[in-house]
Design a protein around this ligand. Structure first.
Ligand code: ADP
Ligand code: MG
Ligand code: MG
Length: 888
């Protein structure tokens, strides 16, 4: 029989590589089917059909016929027809996009039940309660997801019936109650949609498929995609699958599990199980689940079978898998699998263990972890020795240390976070509507639900700290307080601390300490399997990477730390901080100097201080290059604020020379005042305008280096000129540098190895890089300024003002100040690399903006052939790892 069509594939026809077409869920259902695991049969309607629906507003013409053909096959295989009055086949209609979007999209269970077939189902199983429970679930899900009704309407009716019956759980409802609920639900649907619940099973199916297609465009799904960087135009596939029933009494149930612990990465199956339940009950955290291990006692054969399938899957995928399963009267069914989300800690442990187990090779292990995950492991944790009051314990759903004020709903979370508060979102359980609040919060605490609940899954995905299922916490939305064990309460607005690694909740603001990994990198002797896992993967990254990693370090301490963290040099040593603090007065003197003598005197006093600064950094990086940038910021930054100064001049009762100086300062501040200081007198322009400044700095660098050489050291200074736009600027300054270098070397009687280069941070420099390279031995891309100057966005004010709108409209998917804008800024960089190397094939090339530590940007810098990236010391391990991954 010819069954493969354009838009519909049977589970037996697909495989895991077809995620584009079948979505992740469909492709993996197909893969499990091929592996011979017990998967209820069904078929997948492709993402192509969805895209076509979303573009045209109607299903493609062939779709209905293809669905009929596949449904016919399914009915044949099951020996039942959809919605048959005597013995109905029921199906689920399940969304499934290429990238998993947990809880974002719709799924409808029990399609095929009608007023008539529900009786057939009851008779066939001899279980009226089960049949009507399934029917009320269908009405509820269909109403809320397909007919677009407010789910709260159904929940309220359900609660009312439960309250009258005195039932705490859905399970305690009797057949009569369920009859009544079905009637109530029918009424609600009629009242709110103006039509009856469709009694034609094919009509139900058609509407449900359409609803799943449409759910691609819900606000929450769009928000999730924006968060996760998932493209907007993919669409979702729809899986239609024969129902199996976890709600047929205590020999049935539903569960979710992982082949390893997704929080720690340690071996051993891990999950939650709920007897007499359909899957949504587990994930929604409506009732409290039992740990998977309890299934061993509840149903030993099913448990053994499950463990077998988990082993098969983990071996086949060679990765951590998560699984949704249902047991119907002691028979196990596999309903979903995918490569599971995991915490950063788990990612490193799993990759290193699977490497040991021979399941994957070292390259693959490196692919399995990311710089973003490593960055999380470098975060501080709560100080174990600090005084703390434990007020509750839940499950360690997503690691980290979060401190913030308690907020009880997402609106509050968003509002408080917007005014700069750190908040912890506390909910009984979260729903997809809480996504905004979760994004705004630094941590999430729930009182219900396991490690596979919505809160846990989403928090892990976002890297938010989360403790879930803290049962002793009761959220009281009326009083806006949390009730805790022992009568204690915490009001909204009070501060709590969440430890996502242990599941503990503390009162107040618990102090934090360095991570174990940082302590290891700092040279402390720590015995820890996670540290070993990370070190192993970092070592492999170092073996395979081409790109060097340097650090931005202005002080000897930073330079030394960077070196311990694996930096191969200093890519940016800023000299401006060396002019601040008590030295500011010397800079004032320099600016106020009105003749050569006064200027020289001021520079002479700055000189020894600078020499000392440079000596420290060069020494900390002995044997490695240190790129020292000449002074860059506008001079007025070193002077008092204009208003403050005017006020003090006006008010203060100053005497003699003080008055004189203040008036001089005020005049200087007025003279130097600029509307756009970032476009003003800064960078190389200062060196050209203020005689002696460059010479003093260069002399300080080279004298410091000469001292070190005499002491047996191996300093490698590289002098870098900032904000160059034209070759002429650089040749002017270069001449000064060369003169001073010749003088110092002659005077000291030794050769001080050094190079002279420039920053490329203005578009003009990028497009004239061939000329600039005649006077530069190296380029370092200052991507912060280059981004600012290319987009015309002020890097100091822009982010808050309109970037959120830009992100919303997807003008860009992340701030160009965080991740390099490959097309625009990246295009200029490519040009500069090409032109620069044309003039000077051995031109040194690096990047020293914030982007140097950003994982996505690092791959781009590797691709365009830079020699190194330079980033802050704490990002050095992250950059090493990503440079390694980029080389794979
Ligand atoms: P999500 O993508 O939100 O996890 P699913 O499509 O996986 O949604 O459906 C949620 C749950 O519904 C599943 O975990 C499973 O327990 C239940 N379910 C889906 N299809 C079936 C089916 N054919 N038989 C029984 N239960 C099902
Ligand atoms: Mg699922
Ligand atoms: Mg700059």
């Amino acid at each position: 029989t010819e069954v493969a069509g354009t838009y519909v594939f049977g589970f037996a026809e697909g495989n895991r590589d077809l995620k584009d077409l079948l979505g992740g869920k469909g492709a993996n259902l197909a893969e499990m089917t091929r592996l011979g695991l017990p998967v209820p049969p069904g078929f997948t309607i492709t993402t192509e059909a969805c895209r076509s629906y979303l573009t045209d507003g109607q299903e493609p013409a062939e779709l209905d016929a293809e669905i009929s053909r596949h449904l016919g096959r399914l009915e044949e295989a099951m020996g039942r027809t959809l919605g048959d009055p005597h013995d109905p086949l029921l199906v689920s209609v399940r969304s499934g996009a290429k990238f998993s979007m947990p809880g974002m999209m719709e799924t409808v269970l029990d399609i095929g039940l009608t007023d008539v077939s529900v009786l057939g189902l009851a008779r066939r199983h001899g279980d009226e309660r089960f049949a009507f429970d399934s029917y009320r679930r269908l009405l509820q899900m269909f109403g809320a997801t397909v007919l677009g009704m407010d789910g709260a309407l159904f929940a309220a009716a359900l609660d009312a019936v439960k309250a009258r019956r005195g039932a705490a759980l859905d399970l305690e409802l009797e057949v009569d109650d369920l009859h009544e609920l079905v009637a109530l639900f029918h009424g609600l649907i009629r009242e709110h949609t103006g039509r009856d619940f469709p009694q034609d099973p094919r009509e139900q199916l058609r509407l449900a498929v359409r609803a799943v297609f449409g759910s691609w465009h819900t606000d929450r799904a769009a928000l999730y995609r924006r968060q996760e960087g998932i493209p907007e135009n993919l669409g979702t596939a729809v899986n239609v699958q024969a129902m199996v029933f976890g709600n047929r009494g205590m020999t049935s149930g539903s569960g979710v599990c992982f082949t390893r612990d997704p929080a720690s990465g340690r071996r051993g199956a891990y999950g939650d199980y709920l007897q007499n339940a359909q899957g949504e009950d587990v994930v929604a955290g409506i009732r409290n689940t039992v740990p998977l291990a309890d299934l061993a006692a509840i149903d030993p054969p099913a448990y053994a079978a499950l463990l077998g399938h988990l082993a098969t899957l983990e071996h086949h995928y060679a990765d951590l898998c998560d699984v949704e399963f249902t047991i119907e009267e002691n028979t196990l069914w596999m309903l979903q699998t995918r490569v599971g989300k995991r915490t950063p800690e788990a990612a490193f442990r799993i990759a290193a263990t699977m490497l040991d187990e021979g399941l994957i090779d070292a390259d693959e292990a490196l692919r399995r972890v990311s710089g973003a995950q490593l960055a999380q492991l470098l975060f501080p944790r709560f100080d174990p020795n600090a005084e703390r009051t434990l007020v509750a314990t839940g499950m360690n759903a997503s690691p980290g240390a979060a401190v913030g004020r308690v907020v009880l709903d997402s609106d509050t979370a968003v509002a408080w976070a917007a005014r700069g508060e750190r908040v912890v979102l506390v909910r009984s359980e979260t729903t997809p509507d809480d996504l905004r609040g979760m994004v705004a919060a630094s941590g999430i605490l729930t009182s219900r639900g396991g490690k596979t609940s919505h809160a846990a899954v989403v928090a892990r995905g976002m890297g938010r700290t989360c403790v879930c299922g803290a049962e002793s916490v009761r959220v009281d939305l009326d009083q806006r307080v949390l009730h805790l064990r022992g009568g204690r309460t915490i009001a909204e607005g009070d501060t709590i601390s969440l430890d996502g690694t242990t599941g503990e909740v503390f009162l107040g603001d618990v102090p934090v300490v360095d991570s174990t990994l940082v302590r290891h990198l700092e040279g402390e002797d720590v015995d820890d399997d996670l540290v070993r896992a990370v070190s192993r993967l970092l070592a492999h990254a170092d073996d395979v990477r081409r790109l060097e990693v340097h650090a931005n370090a202005d002080t000897p301490a930073d330079a030394a730390r960077a070196r311990r963290f694996g930096a191969q040099g200093v890519g940016l040593c800023r000299t401006e901080h060396m002019f601040l603090g008590e030295r500011r007065i010397l800079v004032e003197d320099l600016i106020l100097a009105d003749d050569d003598a006064a200027r020289t005197a001021a520079l002479d006093r700055l000189f020894p201080l600078q020499r000392e600064d440079f000596a420290g950094v060069l020494q900390a990086m002995d044997g490695l290059p240190v790129t020292i940038r000449l002074i860059d910021p506008p001079l007025h930054e070193f002077l008092p604020d204009l208003t403050d100064l005017s006020v003090s001049v006006a008010l203060e009762d100053l005497r003699g020379p003080e008055v004189e100086r203040h008036h001089q300062l005020l005049a200087a501040v007025r003279r130097l005042h600029e509307q756009n200081p970032m476009l003003g007198l800064r960078g190389v322009r200062l060196g050209i305008v203020i005689p002696g400044l460059v010479a003093m700095q260069v002399r300080a660098v080279l004298e410091a280096a000469a001292d070190l050489i005499e002491a047996g050291g191996d300093p490698r200074p590289e002098i870098m000129v900032p904000l160059v736009a034209s070759e002429r600027e650089l040749t002017l300054v270069r001449a000064t540098i060369e003169t001073v270098a010749a003088e110092v070397q002659l005077a000291r009687g030794l050769v001080v190895p050094h190079t002279i280069g420039t920053m490329i941070e203005l578009p003009r420099a990028a497009v004239t890089a061939d000329r600039i390279a005649t006077a530069a031995e190296f380029f370092s891309f200052g991507t912060n300024d280059l981004t600012q100057m290319t987009w015309g966005f002020s890097r100091d004010d822009v982010e808050a003002a309109f970037f959120s709108s830009y992100l919303e409209h997807r003008i860009f998917d992340s701030s160009p100040f965080e991740t390099i804008d490959v097309e625009g800024v990246g295009g200029l960089m490519r040009t500069a690399v090409r032109l620069g190397r044309k003039t000077r094939p051995d031109l040194g090339l690096g990047v020293c903006g914030e982007h140097g530590g950003d994982p996505a940007s690092i791959h781009f810098f590797d691709e365009i052939g830079l020699d190194y990236v330079s980033c802050s010391p704490f990002r050095v391990p992250v950059a090493r790892l990503e440079a390694g991954r980029s080389a794979l």
